[in-house]
Design a protein around this ligand. Structure first.
Ligand SMILES: [Zn+2]
Length: 330
């Protein structure tokens, strides 16, 4: 079954999933790439429910998701603490930490340009299909005996048309009462057009245009705009790293404190592996986010804008000498 159905089923009937989707999309407009569990926590929803809804939104081409293997920092810390309490050798502690399995963590991000593309495609496809049906001609022609309904008024379809033809006059006559038969269904008789006639399809198209008008208007508006492009999680992480490096280089010497800069990213491996990164709310990352928020606005707005509410909520001190700044972002 489709995700849509699954979502409808699993979401406990009392929960409105379209409402969840709305909340999620709204929350995502104020974020870039975000860990799905963090997102769930931020909007006070069950992580499982959020994951299902995000999977649905992914299928609907609204969001992009990335699943990465990350070091389990919490477990590492627990392991170290326990071992240190028992006076275990540092070498053995390191060994144990090395043996801890990485965990799979999912990130999600709005994909603005794909949303627009998908929407344009859907609206366009629906419209051209309707137009094609109209041009192709009526699917069904309906006929009705002109005798009043109390007497006869029998209805015929195009399949009966051949039998209705009177060879002598070339007219369609009723097989029951021999009265003239006329075409209906297109609103000729004052009734609303039948859905499968040309007129009926035209009515559907005009209703469609009316309903889609607000969406169409919005699509026109964004046509001239450049959508935020966050790139892949990998690219985004690199951009963030560059921004952090630059801001730290800029603030170099100004601050005290021994914390070395960086996002806790295994930066060297980014080029080669699919994705190997340790993101998360580490102290370093908080510091980096803070530093970035205070950085001169050299990056596109979507990178520099303070949109990491959760992270920024905790005040980290940007300090220390960062690595040399990378190339331009964006
Ligand atoms: Zn008749």
């Amino acid at each position: 079954s489709s995700t849509k159905e699954r979502l409808a089923r699993t979401g406990n009937a009392k929960h409105d999933n379209s409402a969840i989707a709305e909340v999620l999309v709204d929350a995502l407009t104020r974020r870039t790439w975000v860990k799905e569990d963090d997102l769930a926590a931020a909007i006070l929803l069950n992580p499982k429910q959020v994951r299902k809804a995000l999977h649905y939104l992914e299928e609907e081409r609204v969001v992009t998701r990335a699943h990465v293997r990350e070091k389990d920092r919490d477990r590492e810390a627990r392991t170290r603490q326990r071992a240190e309490e028992h006076g275990v050798d540092e070498g053995i502690i390191m060994e144990r930490i090395r043996n801890i399995d990485k965990k799979t963590v999912s990130y999600v991000c709005l994909n603005y340009s794909r949303i627009v593309d998908a929407l344009n495609l859907r609206v366009g496809t629906a419209r051209s299909e309707l137009k094609h049906k109209i041009e192709k001609g009526p699917v069904t022609v309906l006929y009705r005996c002109t005798n009043d309904v109390a007497t006869c008024g029998k209805r015929y379809t195009s399949l009966d048309a051949m039998r209705l033809m009177d060879m002598k006059t070339g007219m369609f006559v009723c097989q029951v009462c021999a009265q003239e038969v006329v075409q209906v269904g297109g609103g000729e008789d004052g009734a609303p057009p039948e859905p499968k006639t040309k007129e009926g399809l035209k009515a559907i198209l005009s209703k469609f245009e009316k309903q889609i008008a607000p969406v169409q208007k919005q699509l026109e508006r964004v046509k001239k705009m450049t959508p935020p492009q966050y790139g892949t999680l990998n690219e985004w992480t690199k951009a963030r790293k560059r921004a952090a490096d630059r801001s730290m280089a800029g603030a170099g010497g100004a601050g005290a404190g021994g914390r070395s800069g960086g996002l806790g990213i295994q930066y060297d491996q980014l080029e080669d592996t699919k994705f190997e990164v340790t993101l998360g709310l580490t102290q370093e990352q908080e510091a980096a986010a803070e530093a970035e928020a205070n950085a001169p606005k050299m990056q596109p707005e979507w990178i520099t804008r303070n949109q990491f509410e959760a992270e920024d909520g905790v005040g980290g001190k940007a300090s220390g000498s960062g690595g040399g700044g990378g190339g331009g972002g964006g």
